[in-house]
Every structure is written in C-alpha cells, then in structure tokens.
Write a protein that binds this ligand. Structure first.
Ligand SMILES: [Zn+2]
Ligand SMILES: [Zn+2]
Length: 142
C-alpha cells in the first residue's frame, strides 16, 4: 500500500494536487477571477458584500467558480469570514454558550460580522458535530 500512486502518477502524500485541505477548509472552494481570496462557501457574505478584492474594485460581474483547494492554496488567501474557523484554529476560538433551537450548548466562537447598525452575525462552531451556526447576539453568551 505504501507505494500507491494518485491519478497524477505521484506517490500518495507527495502530490500537491491531491493534498487534503487543513481542518476548517473545504476540499472544493470558490474563487472569482481577479479576487485575492478563496471561499469555503459560494454564498459567503464577504463575496456578496463586496469585501473580496475583486468585488471592491467593482468587478462584480465575475462568476463564482468552484475549484479544488489544493490547486489555489498557494496563490489565494483564505477569506476572513468563511474561513474564520480555520484562521482562528481550535486554540484561537473563544468558548461560549450558543442557543440552538432553544437549547444552550457549549460552543466555540470564531468571528462576528457586522451586518449593519445593531445587527451582528456570530459564527459559532459546535465542536461535537463540527457544524457551523450563524447566531444573533442574544443567542450567544460569553
Ligand atoms: Zn495527485
Ligand atoms: Zn468567504
């Protein structure tokens, strides 16, 4: 098994195309032409709200393209919002209580996004399931 080769004819573990993404990054990510970051989600708030470089330059007609993370990991940086959990890392996230459907659970807070006056979205991870939730201020306690 140790000399198995991938579809690029390289030894498993030595091929950058077949490299597994780190924790918190999806195998398929999203980019726009001219953008300087990649996104875990095609519907990332930062893409939509113009915080991606290409969008901030008014080039907002570019389609959002799915691509393998391993193919662009050297040329693009992770988005501050949809890659917040990866950027913070397990040690960088703040412990919190999160209200999921009326039940308070122990969760990890990754980042907050300001959606407008008095409106904030908190990105919270449930460490037991690995699922990410977007919660309002009153649904998160520190
Ligand atoms: Zn390969
Ligand atoms: Zn993003």
């Amino acid at each position: 098994m140790s000399n198995q080769r991938c579809l690029h004819d390289l030894l498993i573990g030595q091929c950058s195309h077949c490299m597994k993404p780190p924790w918190g990054i999806n195998p398929i990510v999203y980019t726009t032409k001219g953008g300087d970051s990649f996104h875990n989600w095609s519907e990332c708030n930062y893409l939509a709200s113009g915080q991606d470089y290409a969008y901030s330059q008014g080039m907002n007609n570019h389609p959002i393209n799915p691509i393998q993370w391993s193919a662009i990991q050297d040329s693009r940086s992770p988005c501050q919002w949809c890659c917040a959990i990866y950027l913070a890392g397990t040690d960088g996230m703040k412990k919190c209580k999160a209200n999921l459907d009326g039940v308070w659970i122990d969760a990890l807070f990754a980042r907050a996004a300001y959606e407008g006056p008095k409106q904030k979205t908190n990105q919270v991870l449930d460490p037991k399931t690995g699922l990410v939730y977007f919660l309002a201020n009153e649904e998160v306690k520190f």
